[in-house]
Design a protein around this ligand. Structure first.
Ligand code: SF4
Length: 373
């Protein structure tokens, strides 16, 4: 049975906008498998005009927040989806929405769609294209032409489109030195930065994913982890600066977007372990985040209480660590509201998990990475 997502929702980093749902491809690791939304014809659930109306009416909407379009399909896969995108970008430009707009694909970006992206950029839309490229084979990324992925990099870069290399997930088959070096060397030539992430393992997906990576079934905690990593991949992505000293690599989408947009961190990542130890972040960006952190108003319990009330959490008990800029809410709250609160307050927000929340195991909610091998 096909499960549908809301047309507008808040994910850990961005507002996800999904007027077209369902993917004709069938990547073995995709979360859409559990939702009956792979190897299907995409459904068009809202016109571009209605989509923009729903976006600006959403309680998650604010003009500075990143918006990711079509996260429940690969919008580049079919002509009808691409036509929807082209019109949606026109409407976003007509309405002069100032939000950064993210597209994510692992399919060929045809010339006419690249032209639509460039037209939106000329009209002031801050477009960022994530190119998924992980060095996986067609046995795992079924229906994907890998030369189409790699060809996108120089084509988009030549037009000045800000490209993020999205490197996720890794399986043991792609965690070999030669594959990882090949992937990184190619991306570093054309992308502004890489975002590396592990494999998300939902409980229902575990038997299927263990068919590809048997150790998953024998390892405790894989379904609670923020992401699962083969050890060789984990080691490699934390030492890329040796090979490409000036090429940034982030483990947090919010930092990649901050870097590309020339903004300071607004997700409470600054000074965290991910910031200090894991992200390979340029000195200029670090200075930007440091300056913003130094000039922030001190947070008070009254400010937090007011922000919680705005998100319908007026009575939620909480603990505030002013020094560490961390808020811990002692009540189950969905990731969408946690992510919104994170941005409302500009601090880290941790929370007890909500059992009904399929997105709960994100780094934003405090889950930890798990390394196998
Ligand atoms: S300084 Fe830290 S928080 Fe700021 S963008 Fe870099 S890694 Fe992220």
């Amino acid at each position: 049975m096909r499960t549908r997502a809301p047309i507008v929702d808040q994910h850990a980093t961005w507002i996800a906008v999904n007027p077209v749902q369902g993917c004709p491809k069938a990547c073995a690791y995709c979360f859409l498998n559990e939702r009956g939304q792979v190897a299907v014809r995409p459904e068009h659930l809202a016109t571009p005009e209605d989509t923009v109306s729903a976006l600006v009416a959403s309680p998650f909407y604010a003009p500075d927040r990143p918006v990711a379009l079509y996260t429940w399909t690969d919008v580049m896969a079919l002509p009808a989806s691409r036509a929807h995108l082209a019109r949606l970008l026109e409407v976003i430009a007509d309405e002069e929405l100032p939000n950064p707009v993210v597209l994510i694909t692992k399919c060929h970006v045809p010339d006419e769609t690249l032209a639509a992206i460039n037209a939106a950029r000329r009209r002031g839309v801050a477009m960022i294209v994530y190119l998924s490229y992980s060095g996986l084979g067609r046995d795992i990324e079924r229906g994907i032409r890998h030369t189409a992925i790699t060809d996108n990099f120089p084509r988009l870069a030549a037009d000045g489109v800000p490209v993020v290399h999205y490197w996720r997930p890794a399986f043991p088959e792609s965690a070999t030195t030669s594959t990882m070096e090949h992937v990184l060397d190619w991306a570093a030539q054309y992308a502004r930065c890489t975002v590396a992430a592990g494999l998300k393992v939902e409980p229902g997906a575990l038997p299927r994913l263990a068919g590809i990576w048997p150790e998953l079934a024998a390892t405790e905690g894989v379904t609670e982890a923020e992401g699962v990593y083969p050890r060789a991949f984990w080691e490699f992505i934390h030492h890329t600066s040796k090979r490409h000293p000036d090429y940034p690599l982030f483990h947090t989408n919010s930092c990649a977007l901050a870097y590309i947009l020339g903004r300071a961190d607004a997700f409470g990542v600054y000074r965290s372990t991910v910031c200090r130890v894991r992200n390979h972040c340029p000195a200029g960006q670090r200075q930007l985040c440091r300056d913003a952190d130094n000039s922030r108003q001190p947070l008070t319990r009254a400010l937090v209480r007011s922000a919680l009330a705005q998100r319908d959490l007026a009575d939620a008990p909480f603990r505030l660590d002013v020094q560490e800029r961390e808020l811990v809410i002692s009540a189950p709250v969905e990731t969408s509201r946690v992510a919104a609160l994170t941005q409302d307050l500009g601090i880290r927000v941790r929370v007890d998990r909500a059992d009904t929340d399929s997105y709960w195991n994100s780094g934003t909610a405090g889950a930890l990475p798990l390394i196998i091998g």
